[in-house]
Design a protein around this ligand. Structure first.
Ligand code: X6L
Ligand code: MG
Ligand code: MG
Length: 160
């Protein structure tokens, strides 16, 4: 049985949409098979707000990769698509984060699943709930319950 995972992707540099679609293709070819993808969302930057608006989306993948190998794949796709790490939380051609991996909860120095900030980011919750309205955390809490706390964050669905 393969695992089911959810990934969040974001871009705010260059041709954002082309980069995100190229990332999905590279993930799929690398063994994170795309089962379902959300719409694209244009989102106001959070964390460091003086930077360009993001395009964000969430995908469900089926994979035989371990969480560590899935992380390595995400990071290699980021690098292949020109991500350069400059300042923390700064603009990026593409960022790929693991949100959920089956019902696993893990904490290592390099990887925490579920993503520790996912419930506080509307740019994650809205696309995730679009493709998985019943999604929950490994402890059973439903993700739709967190939407009310982030109502102030600007997230707009855009046409593909
Ligand atoms: C206080 C301090 C409150 C820091 C929030 C939030 C930090 C989010 C980093 C924070 C804080 C982040 C994206 C983004 C980033 C993205 C949009 C991050 C990391 N990535 N904004 N900001 N989309 N809309 O993909 O998420 S930087
Ligand atoms: Mg991120
Ligand atoms: Mg990241």
């Amino acid at each position: 049985m393969s695992a089911k995972a959810f990934l969040s992707l974001g871009s705010n540099l260059g041709d954002r949409k082309a980069t995100l679609l190229a990332a999905l293709d590279a993930l799929d070819r690398g063994g994170a098979r795309i089962i379902r993808r959300s719409s694209l969302y244009e989102t106001a930057p959070v964390g460091k707000i003086d930077q360009p608006r993001f395009l964000n989306l969430v995908v469900e993948v089926a994979t035989d990769l371990t969480p560590a190998d899935l992380l390595a794949l995400c990071q290699s796709v980021e690098r292949d698509l020109g991500r350069v790490r400059k300042e923390r939380w700064g603009p990026r051609t593409v960022d790929i984060d693991i949100l959920l991996y089956d019902r696993l909860a893990i904490q290592t120095p390099s990887l925490t699943i579920p993503h520790p900030e996912m419930t506080r980011r509307r740019f994650v919750l809205v696309p995730l709930l679009e493709i998985a309205p019943d999604a929950s955390l490994p402890d059973g809490r439903r993700l739709n319950a967190f939407l009310a706390d982030v109502a102030d964050q600007d997230v707009r669905r855009v046409e593909d």
